[in-house]
Design a protein around this ligand. Structure first.
Ligand code: HEC
Ligand code: HEC
Length: 216
């Protein structure tokens, strides 16, 4: 069973992490109830916009500042919590995450989520990346990315598994994340789903996926 439907997998993961799911569900509610106007002011005074952009599209640092525009607020909340606890490692973001409390994060997440969604320039299409994203490679245990991230890379929420919006995300940032999932440097996905998804990808396949996704 390679190409598990995301729903079935999400269900297994959910059963295994039921206690955690209660906490996550509360975070999701809080995220949905944030105040976007307050979040705009807080993300400016807390300097998030300095790197992630007032429009949420990041800029500078060779594209390594993630775009947050239109991202799921639940996903943003989860990442901040993970940076804070050390489940996701990044020296500077861990420091930033510790500087904001949950109420601020709910507002800030709501603000970035409310912005027009991130978009690529449409210029980097890759047929190889597109096929791998849509279908995976059953013979090599590579699940279809689309089964969780959606046919267009817009992401989705299934149970307590939040698959982020990745269409139109910056190429350099996407590449770094896929390399980190593959090496195990990043391991904060529920049930380890992303480490499993990236494990067998070759460098060339990562490049193809990144070109495809960042162009959408
Ligand atoms: C000095 C630059 C800088 C500042 C200021 C900053 N960030 Fe970040 N942020 C980064 C970088 C770099 C990453 C990518 C980390 C990595 O490579 O894993 C990141 C990643 C993130 C992510 C994860 C995005 C994803 O798609 O997984 C979130 C969410 C985030 N930042 C929110 C914030 C918030 C909220 C603030 C303000 C409280 C903030 N950041 C301030 C540089 C910054
Ligand atoms: C079983 C579901 C599932 C599959 C299959 C899957 N993903 Fe993911 N992906 C996730 C989840 C859930 C996350 C968020 C993890 C977290 O909470 O940090 C994620 C995160 C990511 C991120 C990080 C985004 C960011 O903003 O930091 C990238 C990039 C990504 N996936 C790309 C892919 C690609 C490319 C494939 C196919 C090779 C794939 N995913 C297959 C569920 C999946």
């Amino acid at each position: 069973m390679v190409l598990l439907a995301c729903g079935a997998l999400a269900f297994q993961v959910e059963a295994a992490t039921k206690v955690k799911a209660v906490g996550e569900a509360k975070a999701v509610q809080a995220a949905g109830k944030g105040d976007a106007v307050a979040g705009r002011i807080k993300s400016e005074s807390e300097r998030c916009q300095e790197c992630h952009g007032a429009d949420g599209n990041g800029h500078g640092h060779e594209g390594l500042f993630a775009k947050l525009a239109g991202q799921y607020p639940e996903y943003i909340v989860k990442q901040i919590r993970n940076f804070r606890s050390g489940e996701r490692k990044h020296d500077f973001m861990s420091m930033m995450a510790k500087s904001v409390d949950d109420a601020d994060v709910a507002d800030i997440a709501t603000y970035f989520a409310s912005l027009p969604a991130m978009r690529g320039d449409g210029g980097n299409d890759s047929a190889v990346g597109k096929k791998l994203f849509a279908e995976g490679d059953a013979g090599r245990n590579i699940a279809a990315c689309a089964s969780c991230h959606g046919a267009q890379g817009k992401g989705g929420v299934a149970g307590n598994v939040i698959s982020p919006l990745i269409a139109g995300q910056d190429a350099r940032y996407l590449e770094k994340q896929l390399l980190d999932w593959r090496s195990g440097e990043r391991k904060n996905s529920t049930g380890g789903v992303m480490n499993a998804a990236a494990k067998s990808l070759t460098d060339a396949e990562i490049q193809a996926l990144v070109h495809y996704l960042s162009g959408l």
